[in-house]
Design a protein around this ligand. Structure first.
Ligand code: ADP
Ligand code: MG
Length: 317
């Protein structure tokens, strides 16, 4: 089978950690044996991943260097984060692959994702990035930097909001698919569209310009899975799967879900817009358009989830 796995932030960084490199490697080493087991079964494995904390860190570094080193645009930071995380995955996954005697090389790609310049997201930024700011800092940044900012009452601070346009086309997708069709998936593990891919808009004559936006990694993963003709899309995260009544005293974890069931639950507002919402949207889109299955699972249960013994498996019926 050809399996696309999207790794969430928790596979890459420990919640509440200091953010050191050795900590990131240690965290990724927890996910690596499970990913290697999938490869050990002979499946083709294609990885993608989020980049929220890593981009937040790059933004902070830019902020601290202000006046000395010019700011880099967000799309460049997305490309940087994909390089950094791709390398992290190489460090941790390569030895795990060796242990299962899989002769595969982890190969990260810097990927561009085309978005529409007319996407309504550009007029209404929704995705929080970077650190929390005080009232007075927020006032200054809105005025001077013209940032859109939102108050997060639970954390008592302001955050910058960026547009999160829908991914339309993965520019390098056809090439990666051609390679897979030639058997490349048996000799390597491609890491693609990290952080949702670098958001670009078409300017004509083969030219694409980066834009100040971030693409949801789950929606990008659904597009990748379709463009690569994957058999299964897996969204690996930090909860056992999709729950109904998630915030209630007794959440019900779904082992199986149909598109109709998920649609009805989404209408009732069961899925938070910044977390489970895009995952449900991503799996729904993949399943609806391909008739194949998609899985939401905790990374540690990945292998069992592929056998239907853990996670939530979403299918048309
Ligand atoms: P990732 O970094 O893997 O993308 P997110 O934090 O974006 O992770 O999304 C996973 C989170 O979604 C869970 O930790 C959980 O708090 C939240 N969540 C919201 N609604 C639900 C639901 N109905 N079922 C399961 N998890 C939910
Ligand atoms: Mg997320």
């Amino acid at each position: 089978m050809r399996i696309v796995v999207a790794l969430g932030g928790n596979a890459l960084a420990r919640a509440g950690g200091k953010g050191s490199w050795s900590e990131a490697v240690g965290q990724m080493e927890l996910a690596a044996p499970v990913l290697a087991q999938v490869v050990g079964r002979g499946h083709e494995l294609i990885l993608t991943h989020g980049n929220g904390p890593q981009v937040g860190r790059l933004l902070r570094q830019d902020e601290l260097a202000e006046g000395e080193v010019p700011f880099l645009p967000i799309h460049v930071l997305v490309a940087e984060s994909a390089g950094q995380i791709g390398y992290l995955i190489q460090e941790a996954l390569a030895p795990a692959l060796r242990r299962v005697r899989a002769r595969r090389t982890v190969v990260p790609f810097v990927c561009r994702m085309e978005v529409a310049p007319t996407d309504p997201a550009f007029r209404r930024p929704t995705k929080p990035v970077g650190r929390y700011y005080s009232d007075s800092e927020a006032r200054r940044l809105r005025r001077d930097a013209r940032w859109t900012m939102a108050l997060d009452r639970s954390r008592g601070g302001w955050r910058r909001l960026l547009p999160s346009p829908r991914p339309r086309r993965w520019l390098e997708g056809r090439t990666v698919r051609d390679w897979l069709e030639r058997g490349f998936g048996q000799s390597c593990v491609p890491v693609v569209t990290g952080g949702g891919g670098v958001p670009v808009v078409a300017r004509g004559r083969g030219r694409y310009d980066g834009v100040e936006a971030v693409i949801d990694k789950d929606l990008a993963a659904a597009l990748v899975a379709r463009q690569l003709n994957a058999d299964v899309l897996v969204i690996a995260t930090d909860v056992p799967g999709i729950a109904l009544g998630f915030r209630s005293a007794s959440p019900v974890w779904l082992r199986k879900a149909s598109l109709r069931q998920l649609g009805a639950a989404a209408t009732r507002g069961e899925f938070d817009p910044g977390s489970m919402g895009p995952k449900v949207e991503a799996v729904t889109e993949f399943v609806r358009r391909t008739g194949r299955v998609a899985i939401v699972t905790e990374i540690s249960s990945l292998v069992r989830a592929l056998d239907g013994g853990a996670g939530t498996t979403v299918s048309r019926l």
